[in-house]
Ligand binder design. Structure first.
Ligand code: NAD
Length: 350
């Protein structure tokens, strides 16, 4: 396998996947295809931008003519597809953009791959990166497996569920060599600070209110982003065509407990009195259609491909906090301009 197009490589998870592939596989040519929306940032890849096996191309996966042309020119052997609109709150305000990028954009990529591979699928692969949110919400003890029925509730998860269905349909109908993974919530470096963990770190640092939806009872299963990138590497290389794997860290946290843990870590690191940061916690009106609990059963991935998380949540969270404290410049850059408008709409008007 020689040439791989990674879509969404300037985003949070995509940048970790691009870095891992560029560094681990010098024999591969990695093309990072990204539109550079508010969530895409080439500063996430500064350390590898001059590597000889890496190239960035700016483009929109919704633009069918552009995508067809790019695939014709580049003749990639594989696609790892991460480009997406990814923020649930934004999907509630602007669902159509999620349909365009996540559904139409995915179908455009599937078509472009099908057109150039022309049924000759030897050594070819289309890897679709998806989310556990497609499965809906859980009770107190059950877990999502690869056979859990889809039951999405937000426009974001509905668009990702739809894209998963199209990927399977292209495999079943045209034999396209597709694999899918559905992962739980990620955290780590380069995470855009509209999402819970980086938003909380940033606000605690700046002594701003830390918004928590409802009573903070919602449970999420957190995975360190570099462990997700490693799982994608393993699945990309080892999974059989047409398979799906769930990826997760067996690491469930109620939102409120997670925020309190972050407050404790930051009290220590910032030399504040114990309990000082927790005073910033502010409960806000719950998100509409908010799923109560997500939890991934990643047994299949461990049993069949030998992957498991490399670090504990406490270790990962500590690394993440340290990264945000050491990378103020990155944080200041991404929280200027449009971020300010978004932030004031979301949080200041409540
Ligand atoms: P992100 O929002 O940080 O990055 C998305 C990237 O896609 C950005 O670089 C953006 O510029 C690019 N993009 C958006 N629209 C595009 C378009 N039309 N054409 C080309 N590029 C476009 O997202 P993320 O959190 O890194 O998530 C990456 C993928 O992983 C998504 O498919 C998401 O559904 C999935 N996922 C995310 C999580 C999570 O916890 N963040 C968990 C499981 C799965």
């Amino acid at each position: 396998m020689k040439k791989i197009i990674i879509t969404g490589g300037a985003g949070f998870i995509g940048s970790h996947v691009v870095r891992r592939f560029v560094k681990t596989y010098p024999q591969y040519q990695i093309i990072n295809l990204d539109k550079l929306t508010y969530a895409g940032n080439l500063a996430n890849l500064k350390d590898i931008e001059n590597e000889p096996n890496y190239r960035f191309v700016k483009g929109d996966i919704v633009d069918l003519a552009y995508i067809n042309n790019l695939f014709e020119q580049e003749q990639p052997d594989a696609v790892i597809h991460l480009a997406a609109e990814s923020h649930v709150d934004r999907s509630i305000t602007n669902p159509l953009e999620f349909v365009m990028t996540n559904v139409v954009g995915t179908v455009n990529l599937l078509n472009a791959a099908k057109n150039i591979w022309k049924g000759n699928y030897e050594g070819k692969r289309f890897y679709h990166v998806s989310t556990d949110e497609v499965y809906g919400t859980l009770g107190e003890t059950d877990m999502f497996t690869e056979t859990t029925a889809y039951d999405p509730h937000s426009p974001y998860s509905a668009s990702k569920a739809s894209s998963d269905h199209f990927v399977r349909a292209y495999h079943d109908t045209y034999g396209l060599p597709a694999v899918i993974s559905n992962c739980s919530n990620n955290y780590g470096s380069f995470h855009f600070p509209e999402k819970l963990i980086p938003l909380a770190i940033n606000n605690i640092k700046q002594q701003k209110p830390v918004p928590v939806y409802g009573k903070g009872e919602n449970v999420r299963d957190w995975l360190w982003v570099e462990d997700h990138a490693r799982a994608i590497d393993v699945i990309f290389h080892k999974a059989a065509i047409g398979t799906t794997y769930n990826i997760g860290g067996h690491n469930e946290w109620k939102n409120i407990d997670l925020i309190k843990l972050l407050c404790t870590i930051l009290d220590k690191k910032l030399g504040r009195e114990e309990g000082e940061s927790a005073k910033l916690i502010t409960y806000v009106t719950d998100r509409a259609g908010h799923d109560l609990r997500y939890a991934i059963d990643a047994t299949k991935l461990k049993a069949e491909l030998g992957w498991e998380p490399s670090i504990t949540f406490e270790e990962g969270l500590e690394k993440t906090v340290d990264w945000y404290l050491a990378n103020e410049g990155w944080l200041n850059d991404v929280t200027s301009g449009h971020y300010q408008e978004y932030y004031s709409e979301q949080y200041n008007n409540r």
